[in-house]
Each structure stands twice: as structure tokens, then as C-alpha cells.
Write a new protein. Structure first.
Length: 310
């Protein structure tokens, strides 16, 4: 299972699973999130506070757990034997390039990547198709390991097993290296974030870095932000309008259901059930038990972002 030591090692360089986000093809992770992981100790703190099976996301947990199953199935279907590579490989030229190889294929200069994909990813494997994120990971790992070929053994939706074969592409590898060099030398080592995006990691990084404000301090924003703020107000108005439309539909359905908990249509099921939960009544606690209230109250300081048209 992945430990604090494992993640500390990951912060020392760029691994194959980072490449897709750095190259902009990973739909689930942004380059800023990779940047935040490399420079922040937050992930290490989170790991130290959680049981081992929660150290990584649920999907990643099962991906790690099922690697052994995938490797065995690959051997059964191909007749090729594989062995574990229980160490982090470091590139001979760029020591920030790292690779964790799932398996080495015995008898040939090839490596095996074991993947567990959701059923929604099935189309990405149809015909000769291979997820772009995995292609980049394979090329990165082939560069670091010196392999000529990479196989992907992927269990899709727990019901379909596919094997893909990727040849080494030095032209693509050179493109990956240039992108990784820029990211590592110009951003990670200099602690300069890449282009700010809308990810949670970006928000946490900015809020943490500028958590304190100087009262009354005013700055003049660059005029380039005029268009950005105009777009911001338009989007915010659109969200409010959509929220109202959504609420209108919801209220009409509730009125139709009346006291029923479940509403059924051919393609949909609607649940509107009574849920009981216990919450502390802060006003009652403060009035009736002021000393207790004083001991349990916690001041939370944050900065509120608000845009107003002048």
C-alpha cells in the first residue's frame, strides 16, 4: 500500500502517471494539481491521519490491489512470464524523470502496465484505440526503463479484459521530455505555479499563500482583467438563472409527488425522502450554556471573494 515514504519519493520527480496531466490530456487531473502535489506537504498530512486503505482514492486503491490479478491474467492469455520491479527507476540523463514499472516481461525488452478502468472508459479501448493518458505514461516509462515496447493489461468495468501493445516512439518521447523539463525546472524547482486553473488544488494553493489580508489595502488590477471580470459576471448570472430554473422544475415535481417518497417514470426514479439528522443549535447553546459555548467556539478566518460592478 502507498505510504508517506512513497509520496515523498514521488515529490522528488515526475512519474509516468503525472505525464498526462502535464501534457494536458488527463481529463481527471490538471497540471496545477500535479504542481501542488510536488511542492505541498498537505497530502502527507492527510495520509498520516487516515487508515492505510484510505491513503489513496477508492479507484486508485482497487487499481493497486488488482495489479496482481491483471499480471496473472496477462500471463495466462499470452504465455509470457512477468516479474515485479520493486524499485523506483531513475532516468540516466534527467534524474527528475522517475518510473514505477508494474512488471517486466521476461525474455524481451518490454514492460507491462496493469490498469483498472471504469465501464465508462470502454470506448477508449475500442479497435486500435488506447487512452492518450496511458500512451504518454507508457512512452515515459519506456524512456526511463530503456524498454522498446510496453503492454497494457486493463480490466474494464470488472468484466472485460483487454491487452494493448505500444511501440517505443522516440519523437513523442522527446516532446514529453521538453514538456517535463519546462514543468520541473521552471515551475516545481522555482515554486512558480503553472497557469492557474479551476481545480481545488489551485484554490487551496492560492487561499493558503494569501490567507492574510492587509486591511484597506487597494490595488489597481491590470486592464487585461476587464474582459475576465465581464465574463465572470456573465457566468455568475447564468448560474443563478440556471439554479432558478432547476429549482422551478424541482418544486413542480415535489408538488406532484405530494407526500409520496418515490416517483417513477420509464427512464427516471425520483426520491424525496424524509431524513433525520442531529445538529447543534448554536443560539440555544450560547444562551443556556455560555461557558460551554465559549470553550467550544472556534474562530474561522477566511477571505470572501466578491465582484461588484461600479
Amino acid at each position: 500500500m502507498r505510504s508517506i515514504e512513497f509520496h515523498k519519493e514521488r515529490q522528488k520527480g515526475i512519474g509516468g502517471s503525472d505525464v498526462g496531466a502535464i501534457m494536458g490530456v488527463n481529463r481527471h487531473k490538471s497540471i496545477f494539481e500535479i504542481f501542488a502535489e510536488k511542492i505541498s506537504d498537505d497530502i502527507l498530512k492527510e495520509i498520516s491521519l487516515k487508515p492505510s486503505y484510505k491513503n489513496i482514492a477508492e479507484s486508485a486503491y482497487w487499481g493497486e490491489t488488482l495489479k496482481e490479478v491483471n499480471a496473472k491474467e496477462y500471463t495466462v492469455r499470452t504465455g509470457k512470464k512477468v516479474r515485479k520491479e520493486n524499485k523506483i527507476l531513475i532516468d540516466s540523463e534527467y534524474n527528475f524523470m522517475r518510473a514505477n514499472i508494474d512488471r517486466k516481461v521476461i525474455g524481451e525488452n518490454s514492460i507491462l502496465m496493469c490498469k483498472t478502468s471504469s465501464v465508462f472508459s470502454a470506448k477508449e479501448y475500442e479497435g486500435e484505440e488506447i487512452p492518450a493518458n496511458f500512451i504518454l505514461q507508457c512512452q515515459h516509462n519506456m524512456r526511463v526503463s530503456g524498454a522498446d515496447k510496453c503492454y497494457i493489461a486493463s480490466l474494464i468495468g470488472g468484466q472485460r479484459f483487454v491487452i494493448k501493445e505500444i511501440e517505443r516512439d522516440d519523437e513523442l518521447i522527446n516532446m514529453i521530455i521538453e514538456k517535463e523539463k519546462d514543468f520541473w525546472y521552471n515551475h516545481v524547482l522555482k515554486r512558480i505555479p503553472p497557469l492557474i486553473d479551476g481545480s481545488l488544488s489551485a484554490a487551496k494553493y492560492i487561499d493558503g499563500k494569501y490567507k492574510n489580508s492587509e486591511k484597506g489595502l487597494e490595488v489597481t488590477l491590470h486592464e487585461d482583467y476587464t474582459n475576465m471580470l465581464t465574463e465572470y459576471t456573465k457566468i455568475k448570472d447564468s448560474i443563478q438563472n440556471l439554479d432558478q430554473q432547476l429549482k422551478q422544475i424541482e418544486n413542480n415535481i415535489k408538488n406532484e409527488m405530494k407526500s409520496a417518497e418515490i416517483g417513477i417514470l420509464e427512464k427516471y426514479r425520483v426520491d424525496w425522502k424524509r431524513i433525520s439528522s442531529n445538529r447543534i443549535d448554536a443560539k440555544t447553546l450560547k444562551n443556556n450554556y455560555p461557558e460551554v459555548y465559549k470553550n467550544v467556539i472556534k474562530e474561522i478566518i477566511s477571505r470572501r471573494f466578491e465582484v461588484k460592478e461600479i
